[in-house]
Design a protein around this ligand. Sequence first.
Ligand code: ADP
Length: 536
Amino acid sequence: MATDSKGHTAPDIPRSLVERVPVTDTHERWLAEQERADAEKQFHDLLDAAPDAVLEINHEGKIVRANAAVRELFGYSPEELFLQPVEVLIPDELRSNHRVNRSVYESAPAKRPMGSGLDLYAQRRDGTRFPVDIVLSPIPTASGKFHTAAIVRNITHRKQEEILLREARTQAESANRAKSEFLASMSHELRSPLNTIMGYTQLLAEETIGPLNETQRRFVQNIERDSQHLRDLINDILDISRIEAGQLDLKREPFPLAPLLQEVVTSLQPMATERQVRLDNPEHCPATVVGDAFRTRQVVINLLTNAVKFTQPGGSVQIRSRSVHGKIAVSVDDSGIGIPAEHLTSIFDRFHQVSSTPKGVKEGTGLGLAITKKLVEQMGGTIEVTSELDKGSKFTFTLDGWIGADDAAIKVLVVEDEPRSAQLLDDYLSPEGYRVTICHNIEAALQAVAANRPQVILLDLLMPRQASDGLHLLKLLKAAVDTRSIPVVVVSVLEPSISPALTIGAAAHLTKPVHKQQLLDVLRRVVPAHENHPGG
Ligand code: ADP
């Protein structure tokens, strides 16, 4: 036996054999053959060193190659799996579905993760299950039929970490909610004695029970000013803690925007006049927005009050609305003191105030923008700010909506938990004149159906982060007499052949990625022709 530098031993080649092989073509072929065998062995060693199971599956769905990792993952030896159908590694109840999926894959083979967005499970020899990630890729063969390589990774640890993280998050959220509930109830308790204080102070100030001397009047004015500030602060704390505790239910209904903007501008004119700031009436924009009118008013009041407050005498403030990317954007522009760049993001944090207010202006609570941002976001919008020091600031928020009256366009409800997918559908449809409302979960969708009866619903089926999924909503809609007739178009990663949606009553089934024209064609088909379609 010969021993190499690493201590590995290899059988000696018998002398007689070496002498018998002549240095000819045959010898070179023999060497080439040896090299090929070595390379193949190295390749097998490499496969066997992989921690993931690597399987090669032929066109009949049978395993024709498996690496050593299958022993640890599945409890089978590679030899035992040879020519077994790949379904032996799949939980019993999913096997028949898997056969269908396999034929779908065969019709369009490509390297891709299996069942993207789904939780996949594999089954061991002893029947136990474990979560897996699987990547598939086609391998061409000499016969022209391709085989499939499947790389299977056991993700039990990752899943456990995800569960721990989720639990930690739930605990943190519930602690935060408890704190907010405490604040909410405390704010209530504070409000009633404060009301009494304010009431009696007002009585004193009116001097109905007797005249005040100069000093007494000044004291009473101080009490009035500070109790008003305290009341604003309590109201703001109550609002923000309600929002954070998830206790602030916002309406979601269409209302015309222009009268609301005009009304707020009119109500703030006295304050603007007093500060010698020009507050322009809004240009007319016939927009309908979807949200909570009362809270939208609160948002507009806060932005306009700040704009007037932080603008020096002689400056001006404008409010405008327009349609942007299928949403309605409202912006408040001022020529005021501006906000330093380093404060532009933290300005929406609670109690964040940049500096003292300009002379003669009542100090705020520092909660206005935090509340504004949360209200806008809860209504499905966004808020942003641009500003230049000593030049002015511009706050812009968006709400769902459209240009035109409430009854002008076909109402489409998009039910989709993934915000970007929902936005894509909105971006396809809003510019075409459809009126799109987006809901990210089933509960919100049910409310939207009741409040603002859509003419068609676009429904995602798989919502892994939600308590129930799209099929559940489809069943509910089709079971209720008053919603049964609303056509539901399923928009899903699933192929129509493996989803029961059509048999439950979906009007059409689109597989993601959906093209714009395809979607428009389907809407024209499923929404009755007498309901005026945009553009035709
Ligand atoms: P406050 O009650 O103090 O107005 P906000 O949350 O509404 O609280 O605003 C936070 C801070 O952001 C303000 O104190 C001010 O420093 C700054 N700010 C808000 N709006 C403007 C604006 N239009 N121009 C300049 N600064 C602003």
